[in-house]
Design a binder for this molecule. Structure first.
Ligand code: CAA
Length: 283
């Protein structure tokens, strides 16, 4: 397919607004879509804050924030968001029924040449692709949080994803300055499957009273050189997000992914990590 100029990002949450930001910085026009104006405003504020920080640190040129910001528009109307898109990236909550409904609508309103991507971190790309009626154009583009700083882009090939779509996804990754890996569609892919098991064991250790949250994190930071420990990372990703991944992988892959009771309790209490001000730490 030809060069991607126009991108629609569906979902303005942590991942969605991060993806919109990196596309705009790479020179693409972005329409960011969410269900209401408050969520969109919060997403745009997050983009502005991040761009200012990156410029302050000299990681992008001083004129990039304004130029990138001008390339981003917002809407609450899905048809409007995707009507001119060369690429649609879905970053809505991790619920299959929602994804299916969204891909049905995207297929109806996006141009026939558009590449259709899901940022799912564990759900079946093949199942999502089936809803679009054009599985050859559907691919997993799994970004990592914080999107502007993380180098990896995990490209997930569904059963029907064409080689041309994978090639276009690789080119897109390179334009964003990301390192791609291509993996087969299998629950948890190459990243989440390993990432969540570490977080899961850390929570079980906390439940068992092996050590404090801070010391479990310190163990992995200083003993294994992880940039942040598994509990601090769970706070960054969101406890609700990790629980949804674990519930799915438990069903698909078995007992080792059974979510710890403490995680479910904390989610029920609204302690979702950084975004709510409290998780394993307070912010
Ligand atoms: N935009 C711009 N700047 C940001 C930012 C963003 N989105 N997020 C954080 N920063 C800034 C901070 O504000 C901080 O700035 P100050 O130094 O001025 O306070 C700075 O980045 C931190 O940079 P440092 O160099 O001090 O810290 P660091 O080298 O530890 O990098 C990090 C921070 C990149 C987040 C690093 O800790 C890290 O790599 N952590 C692990 C992240 C990770 O594993 N992510 C994957 C999660 S799993 C996932 O996302 C997938 C899924 O499916 C759930």
């Amino acid at each position: 397919m030809s060069q991607i100029e126009n991108v629609a990002v569906l979902g303005a949450g942590t991942m969605g607004h991060g993806i919109a930001q990196v596309c705009a910085v790479a020179g693409m026009n972005v329409v960011l879509r969410d269900l209401n104006d408050d969520v969109l405003a919060k997403g745009v504020a997050g983009i502005e804050k991040s761009l200012a920080k990156l410029a302050e640190k000299g990681r992008i040129e001083a004129d990039v924030p304004e130029a990138a910001r001008r390339r981003i528009t917002t809407t609450t109307v899905l048809a409007e968001a995707v009507s001119k898109a060369d690429l649609v990236v879905e970053a809505i909550p991790e619920k299959m029924a929602l994804k299916v409904e969204t891909f049905e609508a995207v297929a109806e309103h996006a141009p026939d040449h558009a590449l259709l991507a899901t940022n799912t971190s564990s759900l079946s790309v093949t199942e999502i692709a089936a809803a679009s009626g054009a599985p050859e154009r559907v691919v997993g583009l799994h970004f990592f949080n914080p999107v502007p700083l993380m180098k990896l882009l995990e490209i997930v090939q569904g059963l029907g994803t064409s080689d041309a779509t994978i090639a276009a996804a690789r080119t897109f990754a390179e334009r964003l300055g990301k390192e791609p890996i291509v993996v087969k569609d299998f629950p948890g892919f190459a990243t989440s499957r390993l990432g969540v098991i570490l977080g899961c064991e850390a929570i079980r250790m906390l439940e068992a009273g092996v050590a404090s949250a801070a010391d479990i994190d310190k163990a992995m930071e200083l003993g294994y050189r992880h940039p942040m420990g598994p509990l601090r990372l769970t706070d960054l990703v969101g406890l609700d997000v990790r629980l949804a991944i674990l519930d799915h992988l438990h069903k698909e892959l078995g007992e080792q992914f059974r979510p710890p009771a403490l995680l479910r309790q904390m989610v029920r209490a609204g302690k979702l990590g950084r975004k709510t001000g409290e998780g394993f730490y307070t912010y």
